[in-house]
Structure formats: structure tokens, C-alpha cells
Ligand binder design. Structure first.
Ligand SMILES: [Zn+2]
Length: 159
């Protein structure tokens, strides 16, 4: 079970780990606060930059992966298409998809989904087997309580 759990990828790789937070802080302290997109395009990052909230300085890997898969124009188009309250979720999905594709160029998110589906199927099968055992043990206990074992010998219920 632990080996399976350890293989499940972090469902939210864009969450700020301490390393990312420290690198973000380092970038801020160095005076370079341009977002990754503006830095990539070598332009000044103005307040109100559409991509700055999602690709702040210090998160170059997220931007590079997203840029490689989608491109800046398409990311901006996605932001335009979704409602404002859905933009953060859309950008998390873009970053997750891009990072998954970067880690696994052939499988990407599809392999993650199929791996998780197999994990769910195995867990469901184990749950079914355990429920069958519980039912069997409960029937044994009920039979013992009713003293239905005529000769007192334990029957093999196959639990
Ligand atoms: Zn910017």
C-alpha cells in the first residue's frame, strides 16, 4: 500500500513548497519582480499583468513547461475564455497539465489518470473482499451465538 501511495503524484504540484517560497522570496529580494512571462518576453511587467498572478518570479519551471505546451498566446486566450472566478483554477490546471507532460512526455495527465484509476480499482476490489470476510465472520458469530453447531466442532466457513 505504501509503495502505491508513494507513486501517486502530488495532485497539486503548483502549490508552494518551502523551496518554491524561498526561491520566490530570493527573486523578490534580488529586485527582479517581473513575472516569468514578462521576463521571458523581455518586457516590463506592469501592474495588472494578466500572467503575473500565476507565474510570479521564482516559478520559472512552471512557466517554461506551460509555455512549451501551450504558448503564451494560448494561455492568455484561456484566461479570456473563463470567468474571472475560474481563472485561478484554470491556470492551476494548465500548470498541472504542463508539469505532468514535462515529467512524462508520452503519458502526461492521461497516464496519471489511468494510474489513479488502477489504484482505485485495486482499493475497491480489496474493500469488496474485506466486506465479504466481515459478512462471513458475522454469520459465524451469529451461528455460534445461536448454538447451532450441533457437535461443538468449528465449521470451516472459508472466510
Ligand atoms: Zn508580467
Amino acid at each position: 500500500m505504501n509503495s502505491l501511495t508513494s507513486k501517486i503524484p502530488n495532485p497539486n504540484p503548483s502549490s508552494l513548497s518551502p523551496a518554491v517560497i524561498s526561491s520566490t522570496a530570493a527573486a523578490a529580494n534580488s529586485g527582479s519582480t517581473a513575472c516569468c512571462s514578462c521576463r521571458h518576453q523581455r518586457r516590463k511587467c506592469v501592474s495588472g499583468c494578466a500572467l503575473a498572478p500565476y507565474f510570479p518570479a521564482g516559478e520559472e519551471a512552471n512557466f517554461e513547461n506551460a509555455h512549451r505546451i501551450f504558448g503564451v498566446a494560448k494561455i492568455l486566450r484561456i484566461l479570456e475564455l473563463v470567468a474571472p472566478d475560474q481563472r485561478a483554477a484554470a491556470m492551476r490546471a494548465v500548470i498541472f497539465h504542463a508539469n505532468a507532460r514535462s515529467r512524462d512526455p508520452a503519458g502526461g495527465c492521461t497516464r496519471l489518470i489511468s494510474d489513479m484509476q488502477r489504484h482505485i480499482d485495486r482499493a475497491r476490489a480489496e474493500l469488496h473482499r474485506i466486506n465479504q470476510q466481515i459478512n462471513c465472520f458475522e454469520m459465524q458469530m451469529a451461528a455460534a451465538a445461536a448454538n447451532t453447531l450441533s457437535d461443538g466442532a468449528a465449521l470451516d466457513w472459508g472466510c
